[in-house]
Design a binder for this molecule. Sequence first.
Ligand code: DQA
Length: 143
Amino acid sequence: MNKVLVLHGPNLNLLGTRQPEVYGHQTLEDINNDLYQAAAVGGWEISCRQSNHEGELIDLIQAARLDGTAAIIINPAAYTHTSVAILDALNAFDGKVIEVHLSNVHQRESFRHHSYVSLRADGVIAGLGSQGYRAALKAVMAE
Ligand code: DQA
């Protein structure tokens, strides 16, 4: 079965209560449940993981190299703008990579305009809220 890994970076565990005017009212559980359902309909195996720790995200990306994962959908959150280490881990992954941001990062502070992960991502979705994850999954499953 085709397999996709969804990775959520730091502070995304607070979705629903964290700046809802920026990130929306849906919780991470709501988003993940929606993705689990859509993946099941499409006949894909999906794993959704969140971590506040850069190293743990890297470990999960490295594990995906070895377990047949075909694609990674990642919202690296603040690590988007800082982490060469996450970029390096994604560069060592051969499958598809889609970068997702709930907010339109280009409309926000200038430090959010640069993404290390975009140097590797096959596609980038920003500003569609939780629908961005759904769009990313649809693109992955269309392959
Ligand atoms: C974010 C945007 C980042 O700049 C921010 O640090 C986040 C979330 C988004 O989904 O809009 O934590 O990745």
